[in-house]
Design a protein around this ligand. Structure first.
Ligand SMILES: [Zn+2]
Length: 114
C-alpha cells in the first residue's frame, strides 16, 4: 500500500497549495510521478478519492504525469534515460558518472480551482 502513503502526501501538498492560493474549490490537480518511485498511476487513481475525502480536494480530478528517470552525464553533460543496452551508463561517452535529475519523486505540478 505504498501508493496510499503517496496519495496522502499528494493531498497534503495540494491542500497546502490551495490554501496558499486562497482557493475555495479545487477542480483539478496535476501530479508528477517519477519512474523511480515505483508508484503505479492506476493505484494513485484508485486511492486518491479516499485520501481526498473530507478535504478541499474531494471530488477533484487527478491528472498524473509520468516522469521518466533522467540522468545528466558529469563528463559530457548529456541528459539521458539509463538503459540496459548501455549498462545504464552515458550512451555518448560511456561514463558512469550520471547524476539523477528527474524521476525520483512525486510532486505537485499544478492546481486548478477558484
Ligand atoms: Zn557522457
Amino acid at each position: 500500500m505504498h501508493e496510499m502513503s503517496y496519495c496522502i502526501s499528494i493531498v497534503n501538498m495540494a491542500v497546502a497549495a490551495a490554501k496558499e492560493n486562497e482557493l475555495k474549490t479545487v477542480e483539478k490537480i496535476s501530479v508528477e510521478v517519477g519512474e523511480m518511485t515505483g508508484v503505479l498511476p492506476y493505484y494513485l487513481n484508485l486511492y486518491f478519492p479516499e485520501a481526498a475525502k473530507g478535504t478541499i480536494l474531494e471530488g477533484c480530478e487527478l491528472e498524473i504525469i509520468e516522469v521518466p528517470v533522467t540522468l545528466v552525464c558529469a563528463d559530457c553533460n548529456k541528459t539521458y534515460h539509463p538503459d540496459k543496452e548501455h549498462a545504464y551508463n552515458c550512451p555518448d561517452c560511456g561514463s558512469h558518472k550520471g547524476k539523477l535529475i528527474a524521476g525520483r519523486d512525486v510532486s505537485l505540478r499544478n492546481i486548478c480551482g477558484e
